[in-house]
Write a new protein. Structure first.
Length: 255
């Protein structure tokens, strides 16, 4: 994507009068060689792969090291038993993030969004919404928004855990998820940017401390850090922006 800053992305959207996701799609087409139809088909394939990764979970399976597996089922059982705090959506996000992360550790097919280590974050937000009746078309639009913000982060900072720690992987994925969620709830492009910035700032400083050199044990926990590090995780970031409580919050972080 030719746009390398959030400020430029918002400016292009305002000038064109097009939806944010459409601007991101057009920028991607201008840079690459694919057609609009091919791009939409590829995004649909990635979304199908995300859904399949959620369905591939088996609670009895363990990773080769034995460190990962079975935790999502425990969260699901606690959710169904009514012993967890937070709303239903919040609880589903936790269980879904762990489910796909454990599938990754068990060498199943996942979508790197933006990396394999953070593969559970974006689908953890979107799959519960699909089950609640969100349309597939709108979810695909939200994926373009997530991809656009992720591209800017990758260009201006890093999405590499080896280079930047979990803040680069889980932080970037959380920011992408916040922007996507805001898009799905009818937020403006500026609102998507603010949600992205707040989610990312909440993960600043999150680093990896591998167990015996294996990061697979750390990453599932990192997905839960985005839900527990402070009282307002990425879904609440979207709520804050959409309510209009925070208008200019942290805009400088993404300019």
């Amino acid at each position: 994507m030719a746009i390398d800053s959030i400020a430029a992305l918002l400016s292009r959207t305002e000038e064109s009068g097009l939806p944010l996701w459409e601007v991101i799609l057009q920028e991607d087409l201008a840079e690459g060689q694919s057609s609009r139809e091919d791009s939409l088909k590829q995004m649909a394939r990635l979304w199908e792969a995300m859904k399949e990764s959620g369905n591939a979970y088996r609670p009895e399976e363990r990773s080769r090291s034995g460190l990962s597996g079975g935790d999502s089922a425990k969260v699901q059982a606690a959710m169904e038993g009514g012993t967890l705090y937070g709303g239903c959506f919040f609880q589903e996000v936790i269980a879904q993030a762990l489910r796909i992360s454990e599938c990754n550790a068990c060498m199943k097919r996942i979508v790197a969004a933006p990396t394999a280590g953070s593969c559970g974050v974006l689908p953890a937000v979107l799959l519960p919404l699909l089950r609640q009746g969100e349309s597939e078309e709108e979810i695909l639009h939200a994926l373009y928004v997530a991809a656009g913000f992720g591209e800017v982060i990758a260009t201006r900072a890093s999405i590499s855990g080896a280079e930047g720690g979990c803040q680069a992987e889980i932080g970037s994925a959380s920011a992408m998820a916040a922007a996507a969620l805001t898009q799905l709830r009818g937020g403006t492009p500026a609102m998507c940017a603010h949600a992205c910035a707040m989610a990312l700032s909440n993960l600043m400083g999150l680093v990896c401390d591998p167990v015996a050199g294996l990061v697979e044990y750390v990453r599932p926990g990192a997905k839960l850090v985005i839900l527990n590090r402070d009282p307002t995780p990425y879904d609440s970031r979207a709520d804050l922006v959409l309510r209009g409580d925070l208008v200019e919050e942290l805009a400088h972080c993404v300019e």
